[in-house]
Design a protein around this ligand. Structure first.
Ligand code: NG6
Ligand code: CA
Length: 507
C-alpha cells in the first residue's frame, strides 16, 4: 500500500516533465567525467512521514519533495541507529555504531568518539582531491576528556577529515549553546569566559529548577539545567554570553554558512555535510515560520528546514553547479513528539503522522526508529525513481568512494552506488541497525528483533521502543506496520534469521 502511495506521488509525470527534462545526453556524459560535488543533508529526528513525498498530506515539504520527485526516493532507507550520535558515527565512518560501546547519545562535554586514526568519509573524499566541510550539528564529542572551551577545542571535526567546520557541539537542547568554528567558540569575549559542566550548576546561574519564571518554554522531562533564551537545557553553563546562539536564527546561520561555503569552494570538488537541527527539540522556529504549519512549533520547524533546503539548492543552481552536485537528503533517526518540552507537538498534531505507516519512533527497534526519509538527487544523472532497495547511510562512504575513483572502503559500508544512483533496486541484503545499544536484523523483506528486557513503551516520549520477552519476526513488505509477529507461525524463517543475526552480530 505504502509503495503505491509513494509511487504515485514521487513519479508523477508532471514532476518529471517540470524538471530536468531538457538535459541532453551529451551534457550528462561530459559531466560524469568530472568529480561531482557531494552534499549530504542530514536532518535531526525527521520522520519517515514528515516528508510529503513519502505520502503525508497534512504537512507539505515542497522543496524536499522536488528533490525526491526528480531523484531517487528510497522506501527502505535507513540510518544505522534510532538515535543521533551512533547514527552519525555510522554515516561518517562507514562502521556500524554497535561495534563501538561508547556510541551512545553523548553529553556536550564528551570526548571525540571517532578515533582520529580511523578512516572516515570526509577523509576518503579528501584523499580523492575533495575539499570537505561540516555545517550544523556535530554531536560526536570533542577533545580528549576535560575541555577548556576558551581555547581551541581539539580533536574534533577537523581532526577526522573536515577542512572546514562550523557546528554546534552536541544538540540544540544541550550546553554549550554556542557555535564553534574549527574548534574555536565563535564570538567569545575573553573577558567573559565560558564554563560547561554536566555534573553541577554554577553558583547563582539560573536553571529550569531554580528560576522557572524565566522560562518561555517549559521542560517536561530531563531539561531543567541552564536557561538560555528562555529555554532550559540539559547541562550547566556559565559565561560566554556574547557567544550564545539565538535559537530563532539558527537555521539562517547554518544556511548562510552552507551557501557561503558553496560560493567560495565551487571551483574544486567539495564534500559538504550539512546537518540541520530540525525538528529536534527545542523547536524554536524563526518568527517567519511561527504558526505556518498549523501543527505547532514541530510542524513549523519542518517547514523552516524544508525552506532552507530549497534556498540551498537555489544557491547551487545560481552558482551553476547543480548539475554537478549529488545531493542526499536524510535524517539521523526517526520522529518523536514530546522529547522533553511542552511544545504542543502532541496537542497540535492533528492527523499528521510523523512516522508514516511505520511502528515506533526515535529510540525504537521498530521501523520508525531507523527507517528514515532517504533521497538522492543529481540533476540529469539520477532518473526519477522510487526504489525498494535496502540502503543505509553507512553505505555512503564506500559507494561514494567508488564514484570518485577511490579504493577506500568503510568496514561495514557496502558499495551500492548503483542503487544510490537509482540504476538498480539491488541494495544491501542484510543490515544491522541499533536503538539505544540494542540491535536488530533486516534481511530481505524480514525483520528480526531479539528479545530485550525493559519496558515496552517509553512513557516519557510515548514511543513503543520494541522490547519484548519473545523474538519478534515481521515481514515488512506485507506488514510495514509490524503488526503480525510471525515468530511462532514461521519457525523456519525465525531460525534462518537468528542464524544470520548471530553470524553478523556475534555473541
Ligand atoms: C535524550 C534527551 C532528548 C534528546 C536526546 C538526543 C532527555 C530526557 N532526553 O537524552 O531530549 O536530546 O537525548 O537526541 O534528556 S538525539 O537526536 O541527539 O539523539
Ligand atoms: Ca536525532
Amino acid at each position: 500500500m505504502m509503495k503505491n502511495t509513494i509511487g504515485k506521488i514521487a513519479v508523477s509525470s508532471a514532476a518529471i516533465l517540470s524538471f530536468g527534462s531538457c538535459q541532453t545526453k551529451k551534457e550528462s556524459s561530459k559531466k560524469s567525467e568530472t568529480k561531482p560535488n557531494v552534499v549530504v543533508i542530514c536532518l535531526d529526528d525527521l520522520g519517515y512521514g514528515d516528508v510529503s513525498a513519502y505520502g503525508g498530506t497534512t504537512l507539505k515539504t515542497p522543496n524536499i519533495d522536488k528533490l525526491a520527485n526528480n531523484g531517487a526516493l528510497f522506501t527502505d532507507g535507513y540510518a544505522t541507529s534510532a538515535t543521533c550520535t551512533p547514527s552519525r558515527y555510522g554515516l561518517l565512518t562507514g562502521r556500524y555504531p554497535w561495534r563501538n560501546k561508547d556510541a551512545k547519545i553523548l553529553p556536550g562535554t564528551a570526548p571525540l568518539l571517532i578515533d582520529p586514526a580511523m578512516m572516515t568519509m570526509p577523509k576518503m573524499f579528501r584523499k580523492a582531491g575533495y575539499q570537505t566541510a561540516l555545517v550544523g550539528k556535530w554531536h560526536l564529542g570533542l577533545g580528549t576528556g576535560v575541555v577548556d572551551w576558551n581555547k581551541r577545542v581539539s580533536p574534533g571535526p577537523n581532526e577526522v577529515g573536515f577542512d572546514d567546520a562550523f557546528y554546534m557541539a552536541a544538540t540544540a537542547d544541550r550546553v554549550p549553546t554556542v557555535y564553534l568554528k574549527d574548534g574555536v567558540v565563535e564570538g567569545l569575549d575573553p573577558k567573559d569566559p565560558i564554563y560547561v559542566s554536566y555534573a553541577k550548576n554554577y553558583d547563582g546561574e539560573p536553571t529550569g529548577l531554580s528560576n522557572p519564571e524565566m522560562m518561555t518554554m517549559k521542560w517536561h522531562h530531563g531539561h531543567n539545567g541552564t536557561i538560555v533564551n528562555g529555554v532550559p537545557r540539559i547541562g550547566f553553563m556559565k559565561g560566554g554570553k556574547a557567544a550564545r546562539w539565538n535559537d530563532e536564527t539558527m537555521t539562517n546561520v547554518f544556511l548562510k554558512r552552507a551557501q557561503d561555503y558553496v560560493k567560495n569552494h565551487k571551483d574544486k570538488p567539495f564534500f559538504l555535510y550539512y546537518a540541520l537541527e530540525q525538528p529536534h527539540v527545542p523547536r524554536v522556529p524563526n518568527p517567519k515560520f511561527v504558526g505556518k504549519s498549523g501543527l505547532g512549533p514541530r510542524g513549523d520547524v519542518v517547514l523552516e528546514a524544508d525552506w532552507a533546503i530549497g534556498e540551498f539548492v537555489k544557491t547551487l543552481e545560481k552558482e551553476g553547479i547543480l548539475e554537478n552536485t549529488i545531493i542526499v537528503v536524510t535524517s539521523d533517526n526517526g520522529p518523536v513528539l514530546n522529547d522533553g518540552y511542552y511544545d504542543d507537538a502532541v496537542e497540535k498534531l492533528g492527523d499528521h503522522k510523523p512516522w508514516g505507516p511505520l511502528r515506533g519512533g526515535k529510540y525504537s527497534l521498530y521501523e520508525a526508529g531507523a527507517r528514515v526519509p532517504f533521497i538522492t538527487y543529481w540533476k540529469g544523472h539520477i532518473q526519477p525513481t522510487v526504489s525498494d532497495a535496502i540502503v543505509c547511510q553507512v553505505d555512503l562512504m564506500t559507494s561514494f568512494a567508488k564514484l570518485v575513483g577511490s579504493k577506500i572502503e568503510g568496514p561495514d559500508s557496502e558499495n551500492i552506488l548503483n542503487a544510490f544512483l537509482g540504476k538498480t533496486e539491488n541494495g544491501r541484503e542484510t543490515l544491522i541497525t541499533e536503538a539505544t545499544s540494542r540491535t536488530l536484523l533486516r534481511k530481505g523483506d524480514w525483520i528480526l528483533i531479539p528479545p530485550y528486557k525493559g519496558e515496552a513503551v517509553n512513557k516519557f516520549v510515548n514511543i513503543e521502543v520494541g522490547n519484548d520477552n519473545e523474538y519478534q519476526l515481521f515481514n515488512v513488505k506485507e506488514d510495514i506496520g509490524e503488526q503480525n509477529n510471525l515468530a511462532k507461525s514461521n519457525p523456519e524463517k525465525l531460525a534462518e534469521m537468528k542464524k544470520t543475526f548471530l553470524e553478523l552480530r556475534g555473541k
